[in-house]
Design a protein around this ligand. Structure first.
Ligand code: APR
Ligand code: ZN
Length: 366
């Protein structure tokens, strides 16, 4: 089958033929329907984040179950499934505490299957599985626990299903499950790409009052208005902190979200947050980056600074709910995906992201 492989940081992905093993016990073979173009893969391509190389990238995906390995009981051939890049083992301390988004077993085994081996190979070389998903490929073998069947009998469009694999839970979850945005409150979202737009949708669902979109590109800001933003701040023109303060009567926002991934934007999100406000960091900064905050301000203004991974969502519980919300017209995923690509065009798709094209791109598989 064809897959997009990262051999070296700083190099484009190589789309080529690779081998995929049959699913072992507790694993599922999925025919990929769509895979989203998310910045997290870009961090690996640039070497800002590290993964065992070579690796097949792609972690925002959905498809159809083709075959299941021994012992699989929660899904069957023909099911439409959303892939979770944190399959939850269900047995570790984090899972037992209800925080399956930071499953200890998954974190410990990383880009390998649970048994510490890979199903992907190129000749005699093993290829690693990004997030145990590796959906920049025609097929994927994933743990059963990372396969979330779409509850509806009729499949939903594959590109929308793929979004529910990453940017939707990450963004909507950051607002609803992690920060728990209060009705009427003021929200500022720094970075309005695929994930940031979902934070905005989450804030809108929570009935926030003002929702201030902050980005360095006017196109992204205008696009964000479609998803519920009420105000725009261009951080390239003038200090975004001063602009958010102006829009909030000098007070700062009640909830701020960092959705790009840099020390600079973490600091901006912190500084534009007001008294007793909550700063939620969603973006993944380059490894080694440290953001400094004013330690006295943290105390005197009783701010909360926290990170959220995968929107603090529990994939198997929350993804089916997000599907329901999409079908009920509460999540505007139809306007979110604006570009479709073939797998061969994956590098172009990332160039479009770097150029700041609005909305999300998705690779579609025939
Ligand atoms: N201030 C505000 N916005 C910025 C800045 C800045 N200094 N620099 C970049 N941005 C904007 C970009 O213009 C873009 O609109 O941040 C947005 C990032 O969006 P995408 O590139 O689409 O990235 P996305 O896939 O949404 O991921 C965002 O979340 O899950 C993590 O790893 C992911 O760190 C990444 C982040
Ligand atoms: Zn992602």
């Amino acid at each position: 089958m064809k897959a997009a492989v990262l051999y070296q940081y700083g190099q484009p992905l190589v789309v080529e033929d690779v081998e995929l093993d049959e699913p072992k016990a507790g694993e599922v073979l999925v025919k990929i329907g769509a895979a989203g173009i998310c910045r997290s893969d870009r961090h690996f391509m640039h070497g800002d984040a590290h993964i065992r190389l070579p690796a097949v990238l792609g972690h925002e995906g959905a498809g159809t179950v083709e075959r299941v390995g021994p012992g699989v009981t929660t899904t069957k051939p023909g099911d439409q499934v959303i892939l979770s890049f944190v399959p939850a083992c269900g047995r570790c301390q984090s899972c037992l505490e209800g925080r399956s988004n930071i499953c200890d077993t998954h974190m410990a085994t990383g880009p390998f299957m649970y048994d510490g081996t890979c199903r992907l190979h190129k000749g005699r070389q093993s290829l690693h599985h990004m997030g145990k998903v590796a959906c920049f490929a025609e097929y994927a073998v994933v743990p059963e626990t990372g396969c979330v069947p779409v509850p509806q009998k009729t499949p939903i469009p594959m590109d929308k299903a793929a979004m529910i694999g990453c940017c939707v839970p990450t963004g909507v979850g950051a607002a609803l499950f992690s920060a728990k945005v209060r009705a009427g409150s003021t929200v500022a979202v720094v970075g309005c790409g695929g994930v940031g737009l979902n934070v905005i949708m989450g804030a809108k669902l929570a009935n926030a009052g003002k929702i201030i979109a902050v980005d360095i590109r006017d196109g992204q800001l205008e696009f964000a208005m479609k998803f519920g933003a009420t105000h725009m701040v261009n951080a390239a023109d003038r200090d975004p902190v001063a602009q958010v303060k102006e829009l909030t009567g000098g007070r700062g926002a009640d909830y701020t979200f960092e959705v790009f991934g840099s020390a600079e934007t973490v600091k901006a999100a912190y500084d534009m947050c007001g008294k007793s406000g909550i700063v939620t960091v969603v973006g993944i900064a380059p490894i080694g980056d440290e953001a400094s905050i004013n330690a006295v301000d943290l105390v005197r203004n009783e701010k909360t600074l926290r990170g959220t991974y995968y929107g603090s969502a529990r994939s198997r519980v929350d993804m089916p709910t997000l599907v329901e919300m999409y079908l009920a017209g509460k999540l505007n995923l139809d306007d979110l995906v604006v570009r479709h690509y073939t797998l061969d065009q994956v590098n172009e798709a990332y160039d479009d992201m770097d150029r700041g094209e609005v909305g999300r791109g998705a690779i579609m598989f025939p």
